[in-house]
Design a protein around this ligand. Structure first.
Ligand SMILES: Cc1cc2nc3c(=O)[nH]c(=O)nc-3n(C[C@H](O)[C@H](O)[C@H](O)COP(=O)(O)OP(=O)(O)OC[C@H]3O[C@@H](n4cnc5c(N)ncnc54)[C@H](O)[C@@H]3O)c2cc1C
Length: 427
């Protein structure tokens, strides 16, 4: 490998979102010479639009391990990273009466617990007693994950980028790049001319390795380099309502919608449009139907502000009648893959040495997994540059996320990432 034996390996990371920034930071902390390229500002794309729900409540073994490591790092960053805070908050998974997914929840919770996650099946009445701000009389079953919390996603990106710069990372914002070929000098990266997609005649630099963490642009960026990956972007939506809410984070699985406390009130989201969206030309404003759906979910899921009735009990049956017409609302992109798992690892290994790596395809869970994934990518890239066999026992790469499981031509349906039916299937 070019420099690895004598000098620090040179690595370009493309993408200044949560995944790229964490990867760049962790590479530099392990001694690499890192340049981070971001075509806009930090957190310009999905990481700047994310809702910031963080949890480890996963039933699959690899997902649970990634979730656990991420929460562990978020908690550590809360103590050590200026500008970042993690707000611990339980995460409730609620399934309504009549929803066939309810039957699968006990087994799903057992599997989460088997992986060491602090998740408990709860009776809806007990849930209501613990969290009086929730309406629970229409639920069939619920689970509570204690290892959860929320944050402001762009603050994570900016704070970690600042620390990465302190570790020696060259942070190049407003710098779009294209991928070039592998040459004797290394893997080429071409800085694009400002404001255009043209890379001819622009500055070219060669690196020992390039990591593509370009979110919704990952597919087109890699396609330019002749690499095909099945990562398709789709729109999701969120809003902030000025409701006084201090309850848990909730995923209403039947409505396929979530909510969490927010400094301005309450954040609610999903509004998935399960069709491909063009990352350069999608509607960034929320749709009216999403506002109406979200208002319906809040009406149905939140107990009316506890006001004792004649019997001295809060009235949980009456609807509040949320009006979200004026709520701050937005849309952003998530990325889907054929099996719902991300692509994390080398994409050019069959040519010999691995020099081009990808980290994308989060199915709506990329922000909360960034601390663990960035760490794996940093360790994996350095191990690959040092000649560690990809499939050997010492490889840090996660087999289940190996991009080589696809040839890139797969056609598939986009499935909403949080839905229980996609998460309750047996391993
Ligand atoms: C409304 C909404 C709510 C969400 N809520 C959550 C949540 O609660 N929890 C969660 O875990 N996830 C959530 N997500 C998903 C989450 O936002 C993404 O999974 C995550 O941010 C992906 O991070 P990333 O770094 O891979 O991509 P991004 O943040 O999209 O970063 C990629 C970066 O690459 C840059 N780039 C692209 N092409 C180039 C190029 N040629 N040269 C240089 N730079 C380039 C882009 O400008 C961009 O900044 C949500 C998403 C949305 C839209």
């Amino acid at each position: 490998m070019t420099n690895a034996d004598e000098a620090a390996p040179t690595v370009a990371v493309v993408g200044g979102g949560a995944v790229g920034v964490t990867t760049a930071h962790d590479l530099a902390a392990r001694g690499a010479d890192v340049t981070l390229y971001e075509r806009g500002g930090l957190a310009a794309a999905s990481s700047g639009r994310a809702a910031g729900l963080l949890y480890d409540a996963y039933a699959e073994d690899v997902d649970a391990a990634v979730g656990a490591r991420s929460i562990e790092r978020f908690r550590a960053f809360d103590r050590s990273l200026p500008g970042f805070s993690f707000s611990p908050c339980p995460y409730v998974i609620a399934v309504r009466e009549g929803d066939p997914d309810a039957d699968a929840v006990p087994a799903m919770v057992d599997r989460m617990r088997d992986h060491g996650r602090d998740v408990t099946l709860v009776d809806p009445a007990a849930l209501g007693e613990r969290f009086p701000s929730l309406r629970t009389d229409d639920l069939a079953v619920a689970a509570v994950a204690e290892g959860a919390g929320w944050t402001d996603p762009p603050s994570y990106v900016r704070a970690l980028a600042e620390r990465a710069a302190g570790e020696g990372v060259a942070v190049e914002t407003d710098t779009a790049v294209a991928l070039g070929p592998w040459t004797d000098a290394g893997r080429e990266v071409r800085v694009r001319d400002a404001g255009t997609d043209e890379s001819s005649g622009a500055e070219t630099r060669a690196f020992d390795a390039v990591v593509v963490a370009a979110g919704a642009h990952t597919r087109s960026l890699l396609a330019d380099a002749g690499v095909s990956v099945p990562v398709v972007s789709y729109r999701v939506q969120a809003l902030v309502a000025r409701s006084d809410y201090a309850g848990p984070m909730v995923y209403d699985a039947t409505a396929e919608a979530y909510l969490r406390p927010h400094p301005e009130g309450l954040l609610a989201g999903d509004g998935t449009e399960p069709v491909p969206a063009d990352p350069d030309d999608y509607r960034r404003e929320a749709d009216d139907w999403f506002r109406e759906d979200a208002a319906g979910v809040l009406d149905e899921r939140l107990a009316r502000v506890a006001r004792p009735d004649d019997a001295g009990q809060p009235d949980r049956g009456e609807r509040i009648g949320h009006d979200l017409d004026d709520a701050r609302a937005w849309a952003g992109l998530c990325t889907a893959t054929p099996d719902g798992d991300p692509l994390v690892g080398p994409v050019d290994a069959e040519e010999g040495d691995a020099t081009l790596f990808v980290a994308a395809g989060w199915q709506g869970h990329g922000f909360m997994r960034a601390p663990a994934v960035g760490e794996v990518v940093a360790e994996g890239v350095l191990a690959s540059l040092a000649g560690v066999a990809l499939d050997g026992p010492d490889s840090p790469w996660t087999g289940a996320f190996d991009p080589r499981r696809f040839d890139g031509t797969e056609s598939f349906e986009i499935v909403e990432g949080m839905s229980l039916s996609s998460r309750t299937e047996e391993e």
